[in-house]
Design a protein around this ligand. Structure first.
Ligand SMILES: [Zn+2]
Length: 194
């Protein structure tokens, strides 16, 4: 479960946290970068250079490009440098116990693409499967919620992430119930034949 994207979409970063703790929270960001020449204005090469550590001493676990591509910069088991000085529920240094998800986006003046929103809705249930605590909607926060003076991500996206987390939780419970019911029915059938 540590890489969740195909090999072609893995761009391992050299910038990893020294302290690896269980994932308690997901922090959402904007890359604060303008459009490139790809579909929907994506600049995937620029995103890959950043993840490879070539453009800035920072990193993140996931980038969602304007085209909706999901790039993974570090395994789920590794902590990245995305939050800087930060505090969540009274705990400092959020990098140590979070994973970062960055939207390729210039800032509040630019809306997220529908492809980005669709990719977010697919990603969140995978994170909930890996870290069941993350089904709690309050564990999906914006950078601006944990670091003063930050303005990312843009309004409206955290509620989407939280709704996806809550419904992923419900899906898991429903699936467990369904699997249990089928197993019980099967057992009843076998028993009646004996
Ligand atoms: Zn940020």
């Amino acid at each position: 479960m540590s890489w969740i994207v195909p090999a072609a979409d893995r761009v391992p970063t050299p910038h990893l946290g020294r302290q690896v703790s269980p994932v308690e929270v997901v922090v959402y960001h904007n890359t604060a970068t303008g459009p490139g020449g790809g579909p929907q204005g994506a600049d995937r090469p620029r995103m890959e250079r950043w993840l490879r550590g070539e453009s800035a001493p920072s990193s993140t676990n996931f980038v969602i490009t304007r085209a909706g591509d999901l790039l993974q910069g570090a395994p789920l088991t590794e902590r990245t440098w995305h939050a800087g000085r930060s505090s969540w529920r009274g705990r400092e240094g959020v990098n140590a116990f979070s994973i970062g998800v960055d939207f390729e986006n210039a800032g509040p003046q630019e809306a997220y693409t529908s492809q980005q929103v669709a990719t977010l809705r697919r990603l969140v249930p995978q994170l909930v499967r890996a870290f069941p605590k993350l089904r709690e909607p309050g564990r999906h926060v914006g950078h601006k919620d944990i670091t003063p003076r930050k303005i990312d991500p843009n309004p409206g996206i955290i509620p989407v992430a939280r709704a996806a987390a809550a419904s992923a939780g419900r899906t898991q419970v429903t699936t467990l119930f369904f699997v249990g019911a089928v197993a019980f029915a099967g057992w009843m059938v076998l028993r009646s034949r004996a």
